[in-house]
Design a protein. Structure first.
Length: 90
């Protein structure tokens, strides 16, 4: 949704005549870029203030490590399942 009432604030350096000559696609792109800039500025502020760079309310999960032995056990079980499938297909 294009917020026309925000355009003068977004396009402050441009004069009104230039704004009126822009296509709707360009105006939508400008609004999108402005929102991206504001989001990135908020992330930068969070990093500079010592906070997290993640979006507010978003939980960052730590990936659980799996031992080599556990990976091998899973691999062997998968190979056994596929061997059983292949044997049944013959």
């Amino acid at each position: 949704m294009l917020l026309l009432f925000l355009l003068p604030l977004i396009l402050l350096p441009m004069n009104m005549k230039d704004i009126l000559n822009l296509s709707a696609d360009k105006l939508k792109r400008i609004v999108t870029l402005k929102a991206d800039i504001e989001r990135l500025e908020a992330q930068l502020q969070g990093v500079l203030s010592g906070g997290s760079s993640a979006a507010p309310g978003r939980v960052i999960k730590k990936r659980r490590a799996m031992s080599a032995a556990a990976r091998k056990k899973i691999s062997l079980a998968a190979k056994a399942r596929w061997a059983k499938v292949r044997a049944a297909a013959k």
